[in-house]
Design a binder for this molecule. Structure first.
Ligand SMILES: Cc1cc2nc3c(=O)[nH]c(=O)nc-3n(C[C@H](O)[C@H](O)[C@H](O)COP(=O)(O)OP(=O)(O)OC[C@H]3O[C@@H](n4cnc5c(N)ncnc54)[C@H](O)[C@@H]3O)c2cc1C
Ligand SMILES: *[C@@H]1O[C@H](CO)[C@@H](O)[C@H](O)[C@H]1NC(C)=O
Ligand SMILES: *[C@@H]1O[C@H](CO)[C@@H](O)[C@H](O)[C@H]1NC(C)=O
Ligand SMILES: *[C@@H]1O[C@H](CO)[C@@H](O)[C@H](O)[C@H]1NC(C)=O
Ligand SMILES: *[C@@H]1O[C@H](CO)[C@@H](O)[C@H](O)[C@H]1NC(C)=O
Length: 631
């Protein structure tokens, strides 16, 4: 009996165990299947994209990403609740984000402000390189190593996300016009495009043997442009059509447009075109054809590799600023150099007793026992430290990554600092005895072009290593026989990296060679050699940045940017990379408004915030913070 009972018991037990493990395996298989399906769906929103994305938002992002990230941060990352009557504030970095933060804090009545700046000038990535001793002379021998153009919409400041830049310029001009009129900023047109600028791809010239203008290149077919016949003649229109629906949504309501767009954050531009868009509009083509079409679009619109390296969403946002067809976008620059923008803050810094310390390289932030932050920096190799109530960090992440930071920073914050992608960019400026490019080629002896018209402003595009030649707008009205600086090469992504292994003089020679291919030997004849007459800058090698500007990778907008901008441990995170208009000056300014808002609200000074927000200066500020669910 006992034996029999034992036998039945054991059999039952074995069957139960087998069943349990089978169920568990089935469960795992289902999970795995679901994960694969999800991954596939994440990669393939087609005509059904909206519904699937809504499903993903509900299921994947909420359940998996959103909830989990929140749980982790709730304990590790309480928002600071410390209240200070007159907070003592340290701003790290005197780029536009740092300078504007100081201005706004001062406007709000907060006056204990220290700015620590590594360089011996203000401006950071606004950096005009002057080739003359006197930046104010009329020769205008300068080049913009960083930002060079500012977009706006004529007559409709309410429509432009970049309007805050112009409002700030106006504010500073008002501030300076009486006591420091030499600091007043003069905006001049930046000539963005020019039908007479040139086009040189696939070693092709016009059938006449002349170099094509960009206008001419639009009038001929892909075969004459040297492209394989897998590529349809309208391939660039296909691209415009691919992004147009997103622009339309952004124009209707920017915040809603972003929320819509963000559903595609799991795509690169490559995967979006290849899997979601091209099969829909060109169903008869083969996948290999799609690759050729995508590559042809990329080389025209962006840097080599950009479509595969970065997210689709940041690419759409970047191009939206350049080419939204719903508006005529106008462009400005600052006469005698963008550097005049940050410099225009200097009188205010002096008058308001803001403590600006140059040559101060921050390397460590430490939480003190009473929850303040101790900032460590080096000044002429000497270590210095001081304790502050709050710190605003505006420094690019390539630098912050190497700092010693409080060990209590959240998991997500540390990931964001480590992961957020930056674009690579390089510029090569050469100096010439005369501005031969501004004269008709028949007059200057340059290579004949299909228009025989000189080029003032705009850009020549090419697949040669230099990729983009940008002609200065600011010589307009002065004789082309005078010397000039030409941006012979402006490159991004892999195109920029391909110059990294060369020293500066080698880069000059390489750029000159390509310039001569397009404009002719006159480039050699007119060049003014020498290191002090020419300038090449590769931003990833710049130790104040470690990259050009943030350019979010796949999924980063959805998963990292909110965590990046959230304040932790009385540290407020500022700078271009903490705003939806990252990679633009307006992004730096927007982020300054946000951190000042954080500081005022956390110190229960909402009255001061409301007053500040309602000033004319912030009339057009829109933080679009609704987009970052976990901010
Ligand atoms: C090649 C290029 C082209 C661009 N073109 C345009 C354009 O045409 N139009 C446009 O609107 N925007 C453009 N931008 C973007 C624009 O320049 C930036 O978004 C903006 O200037 C960033 O300002 P920021 O204050 O966030 O950062 P930054 O200007 O980088 O300021 C950070 C500051 O921190 C300092 N710093 C660094 N390390 C330390 C440290 N350890 N301790 C203390 N201080 C430190 C730096 O010296 C710097 O002054 C361009 C940028 C680049 C690189
Ligand atoms: C552009 O090219 C067309 C011919 O294709 C010509 O009619 C037109 O005048 C050109 N425009 C400019 C601004 O050169
Ligand atoms: C855009 O939409 C958001 C959210 O739906 C709304 O709060 C906001 O007022 C809208 N903005 C404009 C300018 O209509
Ligand atoms: C843009 O400018 C062109 C030429 O001035 C004009 O014909 C067109 O209507 C403008 N478009 C918009 C959207 O304002
Ligand atoms: C915190 O307090 C301990 C003990 O008093 C002291 O050793 C330490 O240096 C303090 N740390 C900071 C950052 O002030």
């Amino acid at each position: 009996m006992i034996h029999k009972f034992n036998f039945v018991f054991i059999i039952t037990l074995v069957i139960t165990l087998v069943l349990i493990s089978t169920f568990a395996q089935m469960d795992r298989a289902i999970e795995r299947h679901r994960a694969v399906r999800l991954a596939r769906q994440r990669r393939a929103p087609d005509s059904n994209g909206d519904k699937r994305s809504a499903f993903l938002k509900d299921y994947y992002f909420y359940d998996v990403y959103h909830k989990r990230s929140h749980d982790e941060n709730i304990k590790a990352n309480p928002r600071s609740t410390q209240i200070e009557k007159n907070p003592k504030i340290c701003i790290v970095g005197a780029g536009l984000a740092g300078l504007f933060s100081a201005l706004l804090l001062k406007e709000a009545g907060i006056n204990d402000i220290t700015i620590l700046e590594y360089q011996d000038r203000v401006g950071g990535r606004i950096h005009t390189h002057y080739f003359t001793d006197n930046p104010n002379d009329e020769k205008r021998l300068y080049g913009e190593l960083g930002a060079m153009r500012l977009p706006y919409i004529k007559g409709r400041p309410d429509l432009s996300p970049h309007q805050l830049v112009f409002d700030t310029v106006e504010y500073l001009n008002e501030y300076n016009k009486k006591d420091d009129p030499n600091r007043v900023i003069k905006l001049i047109p930046f000539i963005f495009s020019n039908p007479n600028a040139l086009y040189y791809f696939n070693n092709k010239k016009a059938s006449s043997g002349e170099i094509m203008t960009s206008n001419y290149s639009k009038s001929i077919g892909v075969k004459q442009l040297g492209l394989p016949d897998t590529i349809p003649d309208n391939y660039l229109i296909l691209w415009d059509d691919a992004v147009k629906p997103f622009y339309d949504e952004l124009d209707k309501n920017f915040t809603n447009g972003l929320i819509n767009l963000k559903r595609y954050d799991h795509h690169t531009t490559y995967s979006y075109l290849k899997e979601a868009y091209l099969p829909k509009v060109l169903p008869s083509k083969k996948p290999a054809d799609y690759d050729e079409i995508i590559s042809a679009i990329e080389v025209q619109e962006f840097g080599t590799g950009d479509f595969r390296h970065y997210g689709f969403v940041p690419t759409v946002l970047e191009l939206y600023t350049f080419s939204d067809p719903n508006y005529n976008i106008s462009w400005s620059t600052i006469d005698k150099g963008m550097q005049r923008f940050p410099n225009a803050y200097l009188p205010m810094i002096k008058k308001e007793n803001i403590n600006l310390k140059y040559n101060s390289e921050v390397y460590k932030l430490e939480k003190t026992n009473n929850s303040n932050i101790k900032v460590f920096w080096k000044n002429n190799r000497k270590s210095v430290s001081e304790t502050f109530d709050r710190v605003i960090v505006t420094v690019p992440l390539g630098v912050v990554r190497h700092w010693d930071l409080p060990l209590t920073l959240s998991y997500k914050k540390r990931n964001a600092i480590r992961e957020i992608d930056y674009e690579f960019a390089g510029k090569i400026f050469l100096q010439f005895k005369s501005r031969f490019w501004e004269k008709p080629p028949s007059e200057s002896g340059a290579n004949p072009t299909t228009s025989n018209i000189g080029i003032i402003g705009g850009a020549t595009f090419t697949d040669l290593p230099i990729r983009t030649i940008a002609y200065p707008s600011y010589y307009k009205g002065t004789s082309a026989d005078k010397p000039g600086i030409l941006l012979v090469s402006y490159t991004w992504c892999n195109d920029a990296k391909k110059y990294a292994q060369f020293n500066e003089e080698e880069r000059f020679e390489l750029a000159l060679k390509d310039l001569a291919t397009i404009h002719g030997d006159i480039a050699y004849k007119e060049w003014v050699p020498g290191k002090k007459n020419n300038k090449a800058h590769y931003w990833p090698n710049d130790r104040t940045t470690g990259g050009a500007y943030s350019y979010f990778g796949v999924g980063q907008l959805e998963s990292l940017v909110g965590a990046m901008i959230r304040p932790e441990e009385c540290i407020h995170w500022c700078g271009e990379h903490t705003d939806i208009h990252n990679s633009w000056t307006v992004g730096a300014l927007n982020s300054a408004v946000r951190v000042v808002k954080e500081i005022l609200l956390e110190n229960l000074m909402s009255d001061k915030w409301l007053k500040l927000k309602n000033t004319r200066l912030l009339n057009h500020w829109n933080g679009n913070l609704e987009v970052f669910e976990d901010y």
